[in-house]
Structure formats: C-alpha cells, structure tokens
Design a protein around this ligand. Structure first.
Ligand SMILES: [Fe+2]
Length: 323
C-alpha cells in the first residue's frame, strides 16, 4: 500500500520550512491526520512552535511535500558524511554531524523503507558512524558528548554502535562486514517507533510500559518486528541485520520481548547486539548520574551466563579494565 503521510521530527521539519512550502499535518488517533498549515502559509513555523509547546514532537507531510524534500534529505546525508573527513580531530563536531546523518537516514527509511536505490546512502551513513566510533577515544568521551544532546533514539543508536564495534575488536570472528551489520542494526533498531518515550522502554516491566494503553503497548511490543520489516527492503542484502533488529530486546531468562523464546539460543552476534543495546540504554537513561563501570558490572545479573557470558566478559574487559 502506498503511504499517504510521511513522518518527520520537529527539528528536521523546522529546518526544511526555511526552504520548502509544505502542507503540515498532525496525527490524531491511530490513522487520522489533520492538516494545520497550508503550503506557503507565512506562519507555518509559529504553528509548529505552538504544537511543540503543547507537547507534540512528531509532524507529518503529505506525499507531495515529502517528495519535495526527498532530494534534500539525500544530499544532507552525503554532505554530512563528507564533512567527517575534515573533523577527525574534533570528536564533538564529528558526533554532532553523524547524529544528524542518523536522523536523516531514519527519516528516509522510516518513511520509505529501504530499497536498493537508497542503500548506497544508508551505507555511507553507516561508514560515517564507523569512522566516528574509531575516532572517539573512549566510551566515556562519547557519553559526555551525548549527554549534552537531545534525542534518545539517535543517541542510543550511536552508543550501541560504539559499544558493539569496540567489543568486536577483541573477538576473533570480527570482520568489517560484521561491524557494518551491527552498526546498521544499532541505528535502525527503533526506526519504527514514532516517539522517544516508546523507544526509552527496554523491558515490559518498566512502569512507563505498564501505564500505556493497549494500542501503544502493542506498538512497543512489536517494534522489533516492525523495524526489521522497514530495513528488509528488496532482500538484496544479508538478512542478518533484520535478525539482529528482531532480537534486540530478547534479554535472557524470559525478561525480554517480543518472543521470550527460551528454547532458541541467540547466535554470538545476536548476543552481542542484545548486550550492546541494553548497556547503551542503561547508560543513556542514567545520563550524567550513571557510573559506566557500575552499570557494566550490574549487567552481570543478565548476561554472565550461557551464550552471553563470553561476550559479556569481553565487554567488561573492553570498558572496565584500567588500561
Ligand atoms: Fe527497541
């Protein structure tokens, strides 16, 4: 089915309103969209600001509007990634630039899925994230930069990429192809979710989950499947990314979701994805109040066993041993 409405975050929308005349919509209920500004209205930005003040953070464009900005989205990603070469000794600017690129590819994939035509641009963004992971010296340094930013989904994606690729360096099955797969999974694991609040829920015991209505609970419970579907594209690349996204909340001991399947053991790569995603979540949620080493040790309760144990120990060696 062709989509009629295309989601866009407030920050992206405000930057596009400088250059494009767009009809703007908000979503009321599961599938009802209401237009609140017409293309060319001079007060479009004020209207957006009014909604932001009321707590709205997600806006929608119609197909015509999204097509107007589609080329711009693509060239923003390319420009950002090209800029990284000149920023190698400026980690904060590098992280800023790559977070923008993550936001842009998320906009693209969330709204249009991932087809072969878009794969090159996503691949560029993934390479940009990898370059940034290699340039930022420590996880502490990355977290300090991320703690001063807004936007859980992209920050979590960046932290998860950093954690997983850092641990991979000490594992003998590491290859560049695996690094790229786990980065892609990291940045798209929550791509189907519309709100940051939903993405911040990691377990179904979280009070922020139990207080949601049934419709929203379903969105959260099924987002690993829905996000995986968005990157499935035309099946032109390995389905490992799809699998990694599907399992990213499958904590051991029946504490995870959506399947809680205890009979099927995750692969080593899947176990690394789950550990990295949960560790990144804890670090971002706790922010400045969190102590990296304590948070890493506390994951012992979940991961110091079975198929997770070896990767968990490598994670502790990577981030908690004094060098
Ligand atoms: Fe998630």
């Amino acid at each position: 089915m062709e989509k009629d409405f295309f989601q866009i975050s407030e920050s992206r929308l405000k930057s596009y309103l400088d250059d494009f005349q767009l009809n703007l919509y908000i979503k009321l209920g599961a599938s009802k969209f209401v237009k609140f500004a017409n293309a060319g209205d001079e007060d479009s930005k004020d209207k957006v600001d009014n909604y932001i003040e009321k707590g709205v953070s997600v806006f929608y464009l119609d197909r015509e509007g999204f097509e107007k900005i589609y080329n711009q989205v693509q060239s923003n990603i390319s420009d950002n990634i090209e800029k990284l070469d000149s920023l190698e000794d400026k980690p904060e600017e590098m992280v800023d630039t790559v977070l923008d690129a993550i936001e842009e590819v998320k906009t693209l994939v969330r709204n249009m899925g991932l087809s072969e035509a878009k794969f090159e641009i996503v691949d560029q963004a993934v390479k940009g994230v990898l370059k940034t992971c290699q340039s930022v010296e420590t996880l502490e340094a990355l977290l300090e930069i991320l703690n001063s930013k807004d936007g859980y989904i992209k920050e979590h994606g960046m932290a998860c990429s950093y954690i997983s690729t850092s641990v991979l360096k000490s594992l003998d099955w590491n290859t560049e192809d695996i690094e790229k797969k786990i980065i892609m999974s990291s940045i798209f694991q929550n791509v189907s979710l519309e709100t940051e609040e939903h993405a911040r829920i990691f377990t179904l015991e979280d009070p922020n989950f139990t207080s949601l209505d049934e419709f929203e609970q379903d969105l959260v419970r099924n987002h690993p499947f829905l996000s995986a579907e968005l990157v499935t594209g035309d099946h032109f690349f390995s389905n490992d990314v799809e699998k990694l996204i599907r399992v990213h909340h499958e904590l051991p001991n029946g504490k995870g979701f959506p399947k809680k399947d205890q009979t099927k053991q995750p692969s080593q790569l899947e176990a690394l994805m789950i550990i990295s995603s949960f560790f990144a979540h804890q670090l971002i949620i706790k922010g400045k109040d969190g102590d990296l080493k304590i948070i890493a040790q506390e994951l012992n309760e979940y991961f110091n066993d079975g198929v997770f144990k070896k990767n968990y120990q490598s994670m502790l060696d990577t981030f908690t041993k004094t060098k």
